[in-house]
Design a protein around this ligand. Structure first.
Ligand SMILES: Nc1ncnc2c1ncn2[C@@H]1O[C@H](COP(=O)(O)OP(=O)(O)OP(=O)(O)O)[C@@H](O)[C@H]1O
Ligand SMILES: [Mg+2]
Length: 280
């Protein structure tokens, strides 16, 4: 069974005069991958992930056509509080997500709402603090923390529900490059250590995220225009031509290709570029 399955799905927010924001989506997401969801601003990325845990249509109302299934459960029928056990969503601005008095309480919030026993909650708090490396912050109030620390707390508070899939909407947008690398590497570790089975990241810093991604989904004007392995997608025609912020190492080799000076695959990272140069 797919983790997530969109079937002939379209959506338009209520009160919105114009076109549907998500159109004719048939998409399947399977376990065990680090997936990059990419598209230009306004293309529908955030809306798409809202539909993956039932926020669309349960919280954001509108006209919905077709269905979305989370491990076979229809998101029209199963409440988001239950879907959050399968799909954890970390919003773009973690400040809006962090409401408790301190970090420990924040992590406990989700499991408490699901009526999980206190002993179990206590052990989940300890585990989550450790996994995202914020044990020293457990008594602090979220507003006392830096952007990177808040992002870790938001991730821990979603992990405490032990979801299979964790989705992060621009997790590094408030961070400097080093903070961004740290968060992205933390995500990769979560996957490798099997704390979650699948990760979907919306991320504009393609130079940082491409080397970590197994798969890319491209969205444009509300339609899924490509889904495939990272190397295949970046070497296809679409990726370079939809207005994304293409990393230098990719665009340099593309220029060489256009000038018939290079014929191989485009590299995903500076490291891969160096390997290519060494071999040539
Ligand atoms: N709550 C809402 N109500 C009405 N329209 C909305 C709502 N949220 C998003 N939209 C509209 O849906 C379209 C897609 O927006 P969405 O936020 O999904 O795009 P995005 O790809 O995440 O963009 P960005 O990269 O800027 O975050 C836009 O036209 C936007 O104005
Ligand atoms: Mg968005």
């Amino acid at each position: 069974m797919n983790l997530i399955k969109f079937e002939d799905f379209s959506f338009k927010y209520s009160g919105q005069a114009q076109d549907f924001v998500l159109k004719d989506i048939d998409l399947e997401i399977d376990q065990g991958k680090f997936i990059l969801l990419s598209g230009i601003t306004g293309s529908g990325k955030t809306s798409l992930v809202r539909a993956m845990n039932g926020l669309i249509p349960q919280f954001y109302h509108g006209e919905m056509i077709g269905n979305v299934f989370v491990k076979g459960k229809n998101t029209r029928e199963v409440p988001t509080s239950l879907l959050s056990k399968e799909v954890g969503l970390v919003f773009q601005n973690p400040e809006n997500q962090l409401l408790a008095m301190n970090v420990e309480r924040e992590i406990a919030f989700g499991p408490e709402n699901l009526g999980i026993e206190w002993n179990e909650i206590d052990s989940r708090i300890k585990e989550c603090l450790k996994v995202v490396n914020i044990e020293h912050l457990k008594k602090k109030a979220p507003f006392e923390l830096s952007g990177g620390e808040q992002q870790r707390v938001a991730i821990a508070s979603v992990l405490s529900l032990q979801p299979e899939l964790i989705i992060l909407d621009e997790p590094t947008s408030l961070l400097d490059p080093l903070g961004a690398i740290r968060i992205l590497l933390l995500l990769k570790d979560l996957l490798q250590e099997k704390k979650v089975s699948t990760i979907i990241v919306i991320e504009h810093r393609l130079d940082l995220v491409l080397p970590l991604s197994d798969e890319i989904i491209l969205i444009d004007k509300g339609r899924i225009i490509e889904q495939g392995k990272t190397h295949e997608v970046i070497n296809g025609d679409i990726f370079l031509n939809i207005g994304l912020n293409i990393p230098k190492c990719v665009s340099v080799f593309q220029t060489l290709k256009n000038d018939k000076l290079y014929q191989g695959k485009l590299p995903l990272s500076v490291q891969e570029s160096i390997e290519i140069i060494k071999m040539s």
